[in-house]
Design a protein. Structure first.
Lengths: 134, 356
């Protein structure tokens, strides 16, 4: 009896695990489309933010960085000599918001920050990662 | 050998002291005097003065134009005139143009004006033509024929598609706008240009000044004039032709047939070279040695203005770069195109000139 219970428990456990494994593996084309749509909506929001006044002086990111050019997201994290340490792209985004845009920095997990990163990296899609490059 | 008197020694000392305080480029220019075709003028461009509210404007951009004006006033020898290359305003507002005129009024030299798209698309150039300058004109100066064109016109269908002047201006002001429209000179001005040049001899040096480059570099950012070839064709019969333009906010130069093209710096901010945007192909001139990548921590880096020296009908461009070593661009008669006097040789280039 004990053996039978143990075997049944094992079978149930395996079936549960199996079911999870199947769920994780078997996403569909429809899922991919859905996820891409989610991602692109954030890119779109990032593009909007990138082209709007995020600070207090009407200056926007795209004025110096059309299509996000010259932001080089693939080179981060890297040593930023003016800051004196290795920083992430989001640190530089905040630096720009505070200085040329004369605004207040975003929280690092602010959805606006994620959206800006999504737009900047999307415009650079396909460029190989090259952290530390100058 | 002349005897060195006290007076002569003092005089020499004064000359040496003066030379020591002047940038080398200015000393060179003073040697060119004597030939009627050799003279100096200055070029300030793309200040993009931005109105915030009331009497507040973006400090950074004001500072750039004020610095250029102050430095122009210190030029020695004095420039014969100063050219303003367009985009004085950011959104074509009366407040911005008036603010720009106030800063420019401090210049002690006569000004020749070129209109940019940021000055134009709010009121279609009305304020500019009423209060500042004509947009299409020519003048002769010391045996050189200067032509100013309004190269930032565009298609009527695009102009009419916007609900308000503000919407039209905002859409033209966004450089990377997928709903933008290419610049053009237009048939009317080209006809005028033909007529204007008909009375000019073919060996007269011609200097054309436009806001956009009169050739095609990168359409997505309007580094582009749609009917550039038509304008180039009109300029083709002349021996020495230089086109000076703003708009691109970077060191850029090219040679197409008989025409030398040179871009001016912005006093406000630099733009990336189009090759930095990897999603679209570009036609960046191969002879250009790029300016240094900008250091955003130095607000005036990769901005500046130009001292232009007309030497035997060619333009030598002394780029005055505020946070970098100045660059000198001179036409090489043997090669038949302009070269950077230091960096054209690849062995002399430095890592910040690599753009990616």
């Amino acid at each position: 009896m004990k053996k039978m219970v143990a075997a049944m428990t094992l079978a149930v456990a395996l079936s549960i695990l199996g079911a999870f494994a199947v769920q994780a593996d078997e996403f569909t084309k429809k899922d991919l489309e859905k996820w891409n749509k989610e991602f692109m909506s954030v890119v779109k929001e990032g593009e909007r933010l990138f082209h709007s006044a995020l600070g207090k002086n009407k200056v926007s990111c795209d004025m110096c960085h059309p299509n996000g050019a010259n932001t080089h997201p693939e080179t981060y994290p890297k040593f930023q000599k003016q800051i004196g340490k290795v920083v992430a792209l989001r640190d530089m985004i905040n630096w720009c918001i505070q200085n040329p845009l004369e605004g207040d920095p975003l929280k690092l997990d602010d959805p606006k920050m994620i959206a800006l990163e999504a737009y900047i990296t999307y415009e650079r899609k396909g460029k190989p990662l090259d952290p530390g490059k100058h | 050998m002349k005897k060195i008197t006290r007076r002569r020694l003092l005089k020499r000392g004064a000359v040496a002291a003066a030379a020591a305080t002047l940038p080398l480029s200015l000393v060179e220019i003073s040697w060119g005097k004597g030939n009627a075709q050799n003279f100096t003028f200055a070029y300030i461009s793309d200040s993009h003065l931005t109105h915030i509210k009331g009497t507040k404007f973006v400090r950074n951009f004001d500072k750039g134009l004020k610095k250029a004006v102050m430095e122009c006033n210190f030029m020695s020898p004095k420039p014969d005139f100063v050219v303003y290359g367009g985009d004085l305003a950011q959104l074509g507002k009366k407040e911005e143009l008036e603010h720009g005129l106030e800063i420019m009024s401090k210049l002690r030299h006569p000004v020749r004006w070129v209109i940019g798209e940021h000055d134009f698309y709010l009121d279609m150039g009305r304020f500019w033509e009423d209060k500042i300058s004509k947009t299409t004109y020519s003048f002769d100066h010391k045996r050189v024929h200067f032509v100013v064109l309004n190269s930032i016109l565009t298609y009527d269908s695009w102009i009419k598609r916007w609900k308000t002047p503000e919407e039209r201006m905002a859409n033209m002001a966004r450089l990377d706008n997928p709903n933008g429209s290419p610049f053009m000179v237009g048939d009317r001005q080209i006809k005028w240009l033909k007529k204007d040049l008909a009375r000019v001899s073919k060996d007269t040096p011609i200097v054309v000044m436009s806001h956009s480059p009169l050739y095609k570099i990168f359409k997505p950012w309007n580094f582009w004039t749609d009917d550039a070839e038509k304008v180039q064709a009109v300029l083709k019969p002349f021996n020495k032709v230089t086109v000076l333009h703003g708009h691109v906010h970077q060191i850029l130069y090219n040679q197409i047939g008989n025409i030398t093209f040179q871009a001016m710096m912005s006093t406000a901010w630099p733009w990336p070279y189009p090759l930095s945007y990897i999603k679209k192909p570009n036609q960046i001139p191969k002879i250009t040695v790029f300016m240094n990548r900008a250091d955003p921590f130095h607000e005036r880096d990769a901005t500046g203005w130009s001292i232009l020296n007309l030497e035997n009908g060619r333009v030598t461009n002394h780029y005055k770069l505020w946070e970098n070593r100045d660059r000198i661009l001179r036409y090489d008669e043997k090669l038949g195109y302009p070269v950077d006097t230091l960096y054209q040789n690849p062995a002399n280039r430095i890592p910040p000139q690599e753009h990616y």
